[in-house]
Design a protein around this ligand. Structure first.
Ligand code: IMP
Ligand code: MG
Length: 177
């Protein structure tokens, strides 16, 4: 058991499990994106660790770029994305894979996909390490999913609880108190 801020968490997905699954995801990408014009758009901060491990295993030619999302100030971030910051790569006519740490309600990723469409990519796919199907209310499921998980709060491997816990090398879930 570990403590992050004021809450306790227990082990959930080990490094071995995460890396084994990432190898499978990379193999799928390697076979589906041959002869494509692949660009990874990594959503910071949460996806940094996942993206780093995943993209190392990708062997097809690709570009890698990083963006942040801005939300309306003072509101809950979920569903309030209004801008993508830092997209300097031209994605017009390219095959984009958006890399996220977790898709919960799906509001964030739905908005990101919509905003990117104005830059006329040839295709977009969402690649998320974690997916909470019970919480999801979006129109289109993520195309590439690491693990579908129950609706429990998780930290580690890039994911934070109040900005702490991103450094943990594996994933922990909140302990029922
Ligand atoms: P959505 O718009 O509800 O899909 O929210 C996605 C965002 O909420 C993610 O990018 C995370 O920043 C955050 N989030 C959702 N669930 C969790 C969790 O269990 N742990 C940490 N962050 C989470
Ligand atoms: Mg995030």
């Amino acid at each position: 058991m570990i403590q992050v801020n004021d809450k306790y968490f227990e082990s959930y997905l080990s490094e071995e499990k995460i890396h084994a699954r990432i190898n499978e995801l990379a193999e799928n990408i390697n076979s589906n994106y041959q002869d494509k014009n692949l660009v990874f758009i990594v959503i910071l901060n949460g996806a940094f660790m996942f993206a780093s491990d995943l993209i190392k295993k990708v062997s097809v030619p690709c570009e890698v770029t990083f963006v942040k999302l801005s939300s309306y100030q003072g509101m809950q971030s979920t569903g309030r994305v209004d801008e993508i910051i830092g997209l300097t790569t031209n994605i017009s006519g390219k095959d984009v894979i958006i890399v996220e740490d977790i898709v919960d309600t799906g509001i964030t990723i739905g908005k990101v996909r919509k905003l990117l469409l104005s830059s006329k990519p040839k295709s977009t796919a969402i690649c998320t390490l974690l997916f909470k199907p019970e919480a999801f209310s979006g129109e289109q499921n993520p195309e590439i999913i690491g693990f579908s998980i129950p609706n429990d709060f998780v930290v580690g491997y890039g994911l934070d609880y109040d900005e702490k816990g991103r450094n943990l090398p594996c994933i922990y879930k909140i302990k029922a108190s």
